[in-house]
Design a protein around this ligand. Sequence first.
Ligand code: GLV
Ligand code: GLV
Length: 328
Amino acid sequence: ALPHVFVARRIPDFGLEKMAKYADLDIWPEQLPPAPEVLRQKVKNCEGLVSLLTDRVDASVMDAAPKLRIISNFAVGVNNVDIPAATARKIPIGNTPGVLTEATADIAMTLMLAASRRLTESCEDAKAGRWKTWEPLGWIGQELQGRTLGIVGMGRIGHALARRCHFGWGMKVIYTSRSPKPESDQELQARQVQMSELLQESDFVSVHCDLNETTKGLFGAEQFAQMRSHVVFVNTSRGPVVDQTALAQALRSQKIFAAGLDVTDPEPLPPTHELYSLSNCVIAPHIASATVPTRNAMARICAENLIAGLTGQKMTSCVNPEVPTRQS
Ligand code: GLV
Ligand code: GLV
């Protein structure tokens, strides 16, 4: 018999078809994620779990699934999975890096431009009849050309955004990172700096770090206070990296010029949230990887990781490679 695998949401068929050759799939049919107790019940007899960033995979889920030997997360970010708990149980975790780099950098670029040029605000004004004439002093925004971009977390996605900005808009690139990035320094004449320098020097700040205990609340009142008043702040990483109360305050008081967010805390951000009422805040519903080629590629890697985990092969991308591979 094929091993049982719970797939916590429909992902592109491309991935499901691959998985179905190796596993007996139980695919959650609903639009919304399974509730925690449902997830725990669903994984009971499973050897594999395909989770999404909206599924919290903690020790209680792993303990409910004594046969579990692979968690394949349909995302590059894995903050939804308790990594130490999985490693302690010798469960490898797969993720989908690389394939969503360009699509995510595109959304960061889109948000930078949209927030700089007040696109959503002006489009809404036009639609609502507030476009009375060509306005010499209306809807005036910021320009990217030749300005300084501060990248927080110079990984694959940060580099891809920096490349767009450097070659497309002649921007100067500075960044913070845990390790030096000689390729970025060389290709983009980028320079690694301390956070305080980045905050003080940047005209645009874009966040690309992952969410963990050290990056939670990384952007708060103190950080926004150090930024220039014309700064456009972009976040395509994870919502909790930003203290949203502090961000809303900085936007409301025009301490910074604008923000573009593809991620929030919580997700979905309730429609009554203050950030939606601020005309200088552009909010997208976590769509960075939402393109046909990217979602298909994510489904492929997610399937490859699942199959490798089930068959004891080396995974395409494993978050905790210290877990030994095993046949069954
Ligand atoms: C999306 O946010 C991902 O982590 O893949
Ligand atoms: C604007 O439309 C211009 O012609 O300057």
